[in-house]
Design a protein around this ligand. Structure first.
Ligand SMILES: Nc1nc2c(ncn2[C@@H]2O[C@H](COP(=O)(O)OP(=O)(O)OP(=O)(O)O)[C@@H](O)[C@H]2O)c(=O)[nH]1
Ligand SMILES: [Mg+2]
Length: 440
């Protein structure tokens, strides 16, 4: 006889996907495609799917009575371990459903939290996800206990007493308090670090998960950030120097992707990870133009930005993956709605010249006319000026070389930091819009 439990331990959990669609919801061609992707990312096998359209959720079991029974039969047929809902459920609904279908029930938030928990590598990301998970599970502790006790003692046995529950609740609250304090500390440190690093204008890549943000970052800067056909491949923030031809250097950051209905607790606790984004001079919003749900993805990103309080920033929409579009009308449809968007392919590097121009334009083509006193031995600064600025004259003094140069605003950073003195030439340090930039 086959030892089921032995087999189970090595094989992935088997799941059934479910979604309730309400009348006011716009639905993708395949309403469970994204959840399917999330399940795969979480390492869960998908056996079957179930969809119900309904005017409103059933209060106690979320799905209607008939559908719950249908779900129970599907669970039985596939011997599934878990039902994953694309919706968010109340603790009571989860409890009732688990009882009715005889399997573990996860909602969308729980699944996303699980993926983040498995992928978090940095100290900061781990703190953030632990906090989000605890805040999510606090009101659900009772269900978890019931669940655990059912596993340990079999269905129908009495769960742990209210007293144990109360102890656990207090422990969880204490841990939440500690985590919040620790995260606040990290946030403050991060805020200062990011602010101090203002050696150049900062550009932050944002966008829906899997849109190609990391691929774009790698292609533009030779960074070696992990890019993968997987949801939430990136959970931290990386910053690299990006030399924009004919403009100057900027700091480009790649960060965690967004998704529709991103759990609120998660957004809040990832605040410090998104510090670069909060302080950026410009956002590059990367969207997957080849996706049939590109419009929904774009709106979902704006919604999360709004939640983070950073939607007011200058934003450049970048339509990525144009190499994967066969029919030109697909791209035109997006461009009709977003005429200022820049189409690119991070994969083939198509459209990069337009992207660089658009970024330079957005950051402002401001030039400074400067006089800098440099110590003759400061080879680093001299070399920097040679490469970034147009040097107009050199005057050799007793101890200093005074260099008169014209330099893009974006390249000013290290000069502010290193120079002995800066004297913007009076009246001439404003934008020279008509002039092409000679500095590379
Ligand atoms: N065809 C095509 N595929 C691309 C392009 N850019 C990225 N991809 C693919 O899209 C997938 C996701 O790329 P990533 O760069 O990891 O996407 P991301 O936005 O960083 O995703 P997360 O970090 O998971 O949020 C990978 O399989 C890439 O190879 C592109 O221009 N064209
Ligand atoms: Mg990424």
């Amino acid at each position: 006889m086959r030892d089921q439990h032995q087999l189970r331990d090595d094989s992935p959990e088997r799941s059934i996907l479910a979604r309730l669609i309400l009348p006011d919801q716009t639905v993708e061609a395949d309403p469970l495609e994204e959840l399917h992707g999330l399940a795969i990312t979480a390492g869960i096998e998908v056996c079957d799917e179930l969809i119900q359209r309904r005017s409103r959720p059933e209060t106690s079991t979320f799905l209607g009575k008939g559908k719950v029974e249908e779900l129970r039969l599907i669970v039985e047929r596939y011997d599934a371990d878990v039902v994953i809902f694309d919706n968010d459920l109340s603790p009571g609904q989860v409890r009732n459903l688990e009882k009715a279908v005889n399997a573990k029930v996860l909602d969308r938030t729980e699944l996303i939290l699980d993926i983040f928990a498995a992928g978090a590598r940095t100290h900061e990301a781990r703190l953030a996800i632990e906090l989000a998970q605890l805040e999510y599970s606090l009101p659900r502790l009772k269900r978890m206990w019931t669940h655990l006790s059912r596993q340990a003692m079999g269905v129908g046995m009495r769960g742990p007493g209210e007293k144990q529950l109360e102890v656990d609740r207090r422990l969880a609250q204490k841990r939440i308090f500690d985590l919040k304090q620790e995260l606040a500390k990290v946030e403050r440190r991060r805020e200062q670090q990011v602010a101090a690093r203002k050696e150049a204008p900062t550009v932050s890549i944002v966008g829906y998960t899997n849109a190609g943000k990391s691929t774009l970052m790698n292609a533009l800067t030779d960074a070696k950030v992990l890019a993968k056909d997987k949801l939430f491949a990136t959970l931290d923030t990386r910053t690299r120097r990006w030399q924009i031809p004919n403009w100057g250097m900027v700091l480009l950051s790649d960060t965690v992707g967004f998704i529709r209905d991103l759990p609120h607790t998660l957004v809040a606790s990832f605040k410090s990870t998104l510090e670069e984004t909060r302080q950026a001079d410009l956002l590059l919003h990367v969207a997957d133009a080849s996706s049939p749900t590109v419009f929904d993805q774009i709106s979902a990103v704006y919604k999360v930005l709004q939640e983070l309080g950073i939607e007011e920033k200058d934003t450049l929409l970048v339509l990525n993956k144009i190499d994967a579009i066969d029919n030109p009308s697909v791209l035109n449809r997006v461009l009709d709605r977003y005429p200022n968007a820049v189409p690119v392919s991070a994969k083939s590097k198509k459209g990069f010249v337009s992207l660089e121009e658009a970024v330079g334009e957005a950051l402002g083509r401001e030039f400074y006319d400067i006089e800098v006193d440099v110590l003759p031995g400061d080879g680093k600064l001299l070399a920097y000026l040679e490469s970034k600025a147009e040097v107009l004259s050199r005057q050799y003094g007793e101890q200093m070389v005074t260099i008169h140069a014209r330099i893009p605003a974006g390249a000013m950073g290290p000069i502010r930091r290193d120079a002995a003195a800066i004297r913007p030439t009076p009246g001439s340090h404003h934008a020279n819009d008509g002039l092409p930039s000679e500095v590379a």
